[in-house]
Design a binder for this molecule. Structure first.
Ligand SMILES: Nc1ncnc2c1ncn2[C@@H]1O[C@H](COP(=O)(O)OP(=O)(O)OP(=O)(O)O)[C@@H](O)[C@H]1O
Ligand SMILES: [Mg+2]
Length: 316
């Protein structure tokens, strides 16, 4: 594995209006641009559990690939890429709804359709699913399962289109527009993933509005953190055998932690270096498989934060 130093945090005192997200460190410039630095933090259990060398670059460059490949479908927030871990974007007003699109009956969280379906629910998120679907089966058509965007670390709640409109979270026109964008982006994502031997099972989009009220794609797109990818080659056989599809397995750090403590209450024990290195490899492999490009490890010197500061000096 390339020897890459981890970027755990990215506080740059010369930049204004600092906001630290779970994974990204954000700075809003006075002129309406937002500098978004993807760190290597691995977020789980509502906290950062580790730093995975290369992860921030993988996220930024995977999103870059997809922003470039989907610019004809929908405008996006990108202005510039001054560093492998950084996108300079148009600062938008982020819509309070996360647009999750799902092509398969999958997921493990409380808001995932597989969890709800197994509890016997068929009507969810304003759509209804047929009986008799099995774990990880393709849905008759991709569906949007919107959730409220929990700003500042809260938890997302499932919504239906009716609720979104009734609560005034989006106007009818906005809902229609983001739905159409999201389904078109997802269709492009699935088709391009298929060319690379992958199934894009589900993903999450964040949209915002610009000063003129136009809807623009923000945040990240089709990254390993925002999306579930499966390996197409083994899908049918595994599905037939009732086995989980093969995927980029990033969960072993999470599982290791969950097996050793209650991460919501206790301190997390030091994570073995081999697990971190293995996760780093998985992210890099994901980037290379998804995009067909080879990962360019940044030179060892200077240290990543110092490099980023230098690359951003023009914005001070
Ligand atoms: N173009 C943009 N304009 C304004 N905000 C943006 C833009 N793109 C992304 N964001 C926001 O910047 C933040 C990125 O940081 P990160 O992804 O680490 O946050 P998070 O922890 O996932 O989100 P949250 O702040 O909702 O908890 C998110 O809050 C995201 O909604
Ligand atoms: Mg985020």
């Amino acid at each position: 594995m390339p020897d890459i130093a981890a970027l755990e945090a990215a506080f740059i005192p010369e930049l204004p209006n600092y906001y630290r997200g779970k994974v990204r460190e954000n700075y809003d410039l006075a002129d309406g641009r937002r500098i978004i630095i993807a760190t290597d933090r691995l977020s789980a259990f509502d906290r950062a559990i580790a730093s995975i060398p290369g992860k921030g670059q993988v996220l930024t460059q995977t999103a870059r690939y997809w922003f470039e490949e989907t610019g004809d479908i929908c405008p996006n927030h990108v202005l510039d890429y001054p560093d492998p871990n950084v996108v300079v974007a148009r600062k938008l007003t982020i819509l309070p709804v996360e647009i999750v699109v799902r092509g398969y009956l999958a997921g493990t969280t409380g808001t995932s359709i597989l969890t709800l379906y197994k509890q016997g629910q068929r009507a969810m998120y304003g759509t209804s699913l047929p009986d008799g679907l099995r774990d990880n089966q393709a849905l008759p058509a991709a569906i949007i399962t919107p959730t409220s965007k929990a700003f500042d670390g809260g938890h997302d709640e499932p919504l239906s289109a009716e609720e979104i409109l009734a609560k005034g979270l989006l106007s009818q026109r906005q809902w229609d527009e983001v739905s159409a964008y999201a389904l078109a982006l997802f269709a492009r994502g699935q088709a391009m993933a298929a060319e690379r031997g992958l199934i894009l099972a589900d993903t999450k989009y964040e949209f915002g509005t610009d000063n003129e009220g136009r809807i623009v794609l923000a945040d990240e797109i089709h990254t390993p953190d925002s999306s579930r990818y499966w390996f197409a080659g083994s899908y049918a056989e595994r599905f037939a055998a009732g086995e989980k599809p093969e995927s980029f397995d990033k969960d072993f750090v999470r599982n290791w932690v969950a097996a050793r403590c209650d991460p919501y209450k206790e301190a997390i024990p030091p994570i073995p270096a081999e697990l971190i290195a293995e996760t780093s490899k998985v992210y890099i492999r994901a980037y290379e498989t998804i995009t067909g490009r080879s990962f360019e490890p940044p030179a060892g010197k200077p240290a990543p934060l110092e490099r980023i500061r230098r690359n951003l000096a023009g914005y001070f």
